[in-house]
Design a protein around this ligand. Structure first.
Ligand code: NAG
Ligand code: NAG
Ligand code: NAG
Ligand code: NAG
Ligand code: NAG
Ligand code: NAG
Ligand code: CU
Length: 715
């Protein structure tokens, strides 16, 4: 069918058509198009996605394009060109991304496991444009088929769109070039500014500083190096530099506290920056310092892999999904479904990391401004690593590439942003008959989809793990380097930080991750309940509970968005059940469900009456449930302007979330009290949540996993 369609289109539209090969993320293969002399027609075509291509070299006539595929190079370039032609200005192309088609358009296809023809839905891009002269942001929708600007809206006044990777680099350069900064560095013993690094931080709370308001600012923490490759974090400076990114100049230098009691922000002159080095780069470790008793563990998959990739569609075992990627969220999983013995059952329309929040606990000015939203302020996708096989992921690895862009709106390919591979995950299930010693066992394999973001000093490894029993795990591994500050000689770190190296204070902080889970459990209409396991009912000696050992599992339905705001409760083994009232389980006659099993997260320790609190108000609860609304994508709002979930739910607390199209928002994380062992580089810390079928299947869905070949039952 695709073949016929392809031919038909090719013949009829031969002049217009873009017979374009698609790459991993549907990148246009310019060479092929150019050979056919068609490149100039890419955008004018009514058939932007028709063409051959997939990664596996199978049927290259198959149309693997899908409306959810990320923007291609050509589409990003087209977007910025169309915008530049539409209106002249001193523009920063802050963010160009796919404008995903409305859910109402694509959902019917997902629910019946079909794909729309790629040409049937217009391709659109969404752009955040920043006017360098006025600091005004604009939101622009471009229709890539008609090459028209469809909407051009002014963003709310005073918002600060994401800092671009170029701004982060540029801010450091601006700081290094300032004469006052240089003089301060010289006094600390650094005359060569190539050996001074400045870590750019988003501004954080500025309600206390009139002069910082309404500007595009970056605050920079400075560090010195003894030599080019030296670990800067062992040599922190005692001042902070504030740069205005639109004026491109240093507007202030603030003093950093270096004693426990420096609460007044005044300058404690005469600080000495420690010169003692500590390095993690193997090239800088003494050659004889490596342990020599380590033998390699080899992972081989001599029969190949169990997953298949076609365009952005990934299938593994009984799961099928589409892989997306954007500058803000990084990897996105679209349209996840499960093949239950031939019946395709939908699970999630879209799953993504929707925000991150890292508040620091040191009260001393200006450290009170250290609280970063790594996604909304930096872009997890823009800061993603290009991964390496046999380093980031071991085994038979498949990589997805993507295309992002620079501030000029020029497309930039980024290779290997998502790695796909399989892992042995231990025993899947086992039983030994103790009478006979006969044992049955299966090994668990999991599919891991990984992307890694380096946001300043920290590195985050995000992995979605899919298991053969229907378990899905979102795992975050934290590594990289602590954000550290200078301690005066003989000073103590006090109540809010740990001394991790001589004169190095690592402040306490928290890491939070916010997931947005657009559920479609067995269909579109879902309900959510909390499930708590508690003793009783009835006290000891009552007829209900004569011996006092009774306990039960209670389900409390969350019927409105207001009442859905709930927290973890380890004492009651709380889970959230996402169920489908239309689909009853054969045995219990209860709605089939999928459960969210939380991490034992701490609450946000930022006080509710803190002036900083409104920006992160969605963190007041671990879980929120909202009725699906187009464009409600980020829990703190698109611009983190005290908006997002608190605003949406606050506006209508009674909004129904029972038996309807729901989105589950879940926050989890950890409090980090740094240890000396976390320096100079931090071994992995991790946290994760699980999504598991809960009376969704008739029986253990992994009964059909064959036993490992070598473990024949031994009697
Ligand atoms: C996109 O624009 C950049 C910068 O002008 C150029 O290098 C690149 O080749 C363009 N790519 C496509 C597919 O047009
Ligand atoms: C699936 O849904 C789409 C969109 O409603 C429809 O066009 C298509 O015919 C359906 N396909 C099947 C096999 O039901
Ligand atoms: C400054 O440091 C850089 C990086 O180590 C080095 O290449 C350069 O030679 C140094 N310049 C001077 C003047 O010492
Ligand atoms: C350098 O930084 C100082 C300190 O904030 C500032 O007053 C000065 O204007 C800056 N110089 C330039 C040339 O931008
Ligand atoms: C730091 O403490 C040591 C040991 O008490 C003392 O000898 C030294 O003078 C102190 N240095 C400063 C700068 O206070
Ligand atoms: C924040 O920005 C959104 C647009 O994304 C706007 O609708 C909302 O009113 C703003 N909220 C506040 C509190 O400024
Ligand atoms: Cu940490």
């Amino acid at each position: 069918m695709y073949r016929i369609f392809y031919l038909l289109v090719f013949i009829v539209k031969i002049r217009l058509i873009n017979s374009i090969e698609t790459d991993n993320f549907g990148e246009y293969n310019e060479k092929l198009a150019a050979e056919k002399g068609l490149i100039e027609d890419i955008f004018g075509s009514l058939f932007p996605g028709i063409g051959s291509g997939n990664n596996n070299g199978n049927d290259n006539r198959r149309d693997t394009r899908h409306p959810l595929d990320p923007l291609t190079e050509a589409e990003i370039n087209a977007t910025s060109n169309i915008i530049k032609n539409y209106r002249r200005g001193n523009w920063i192309f802050n963010y160009i991304t796919l404008k995903e088609p409305e859910k109402s358009v694509l959902l019917p296809y997902f629910l019946n496991d079909t794909s729309p023809r790629s040409n049937s839905i217009p391709r659109r891009s969404f752009t955040i444009l920043l006017d360098r002269s006025s600091n005004q942001a604009y939101e622009i929708t471009v229709n890539l088929n008609t090459r028209q600007v469809e909407s051009w809206n002014q963003a709310p006044a005073g918002v600060t769109p994401t800092l671009t990777p170029e701004e982060l680099i540029e801010s450091e350069q601006i700081a290094r070039e300032n004469a006052t900064v240089r003089e301060r560095c010289r006094r600390l013993g650094w005359t060569n500014m190539s050996l001074v690094n400045a870590d750019p931080w988003s501004m954080g709370y500025i309600g206390d500083r009139q002069e910082y308001q309404g500007r595009r600012l970056i605050q920079l923490y400075l560090y010195g190096k003894n030599f080019e490759a030296d670990n800067q974090y062992a040599h922190p400076f005692d001042f902070l530099v504030v740069v205005d990114m639109l004026q491109r100049k240093v507007i202030n230098i603030e003093e950093l506290p270096t004693h426990e009691n420096d609460l007044d922000g005044s300058n404690k002159q005469g600080n000495t920056v420690p010169r003692e080095t500590t390095n993690y780069d193997p090239a800088l470790r003494p050659a004889n310092s490596f342990r020599n008793d380590l033998k390699p563990v080899k992972v081989t998959q001599s029969s190949g892999v169990s997953y298949t990739v076609a365009g952005n569609q990934l299938s593994w075992q009984k799961y099928k999904m589409r892989i997306g990627f954007n500058g803000r969220e990084g990897m996105v999983i679209h349209n996840l479904n499960y093949n239950d013995q031939g019946k395709i059952r939908p699970l999630f329309y879209r799953m993504s990391l929707a925000e991150m929040f890292i508040p620091y606990g040191d009260p001393r000015t200006p450290y009170h401004r250290k609280h970063v939203f790594d996604e909304g302020q930096y872009g997890v996708g823009f800061n993603t690593n290009s991964l390496k096989a046999q380093q980031d992921c071991i085994g038979e690895v498949y990589f997805f590439n993507t295309v992002l862009h620079n501030q000029k709106g020029e497309a930039q390919k980024v290779e290997r942003v998502v790695c796909v591979h399989e892992e042995d995950a231990g025993i899947l299930w086992k039983h030994t008959d103790y009478r006979t010693g006969k044992s049955s066992i299966t090994r668990s394999q999991r599919l891991a989809l990984t992307f890694v973001a380096t946001v300043g000093n920290y590195d985050y490894i995000f992995t979605w793990n899919f298991y053969q029993d229907g378990s899905i795990e979102f795992n975050v591994k934290l590594t990289g380097i602590l954000s550290v500050h200078l301690l005066a000689i003989n000073a103590t770190s006090g109540a809010h930080g740990s001394v991790v190296f001589p004169q190095i204070n690592a402040p306490y902080h928290q890491h939070f991750f916010s997931l947005r889970l657009d559920a479609e459990i067995d269909g579109n209409r879902n309900s959510v309940a909390v499930s708590d396991v508690t003793s009783g009912p009835g006290t000891t000696g009552t007829t209900q509970n004569p011996y006092g050992q009774a306990f039960t599992s209670n389900r409390t339905p969350l019927r409105t968005a207001g009442s859905s705001r709930t927290n973890i409760s380890p004492a009651t083994s709380r889970t959230w059940l996402i169920s489908n009232p239309q689909s009853l389980h054969t045995y219990s006659k209860q709605p089939v469900a999928w459960k969210l099993m939380p991490w034992a997260s701490p609450p946000m320790l930022l006080r509710k009456d803190s002036p900083i609190h409104p920006m992160a108000e969605w963190m007041d609860y671990n879980t929120w449930v909202t009725p699906y609304e187009e464009n409600q994508m980020f829990p703190g709002g698109f611009y983190l302007n005290n908006s997002g979930l608190p605003e949406w739910v606050g506006r209508n607390e009674n909004a129904n979330v029972d038996n309807t199209d729901v989105v589950i928002w879940h926050n989890f994380g950890l409090s980090h009290v740094p240890r000396a062992e976390d320096f100079p580089v931090m071994p992995i810390e991790q946290c994760s949540i699980m999504l598991k079928p809960y009376n969704f299947f008739k029986e253990n869905p992994a009964l059909d996993v064959p036993p490992p070949k070598r473990t024949r039952t031994e009697l």
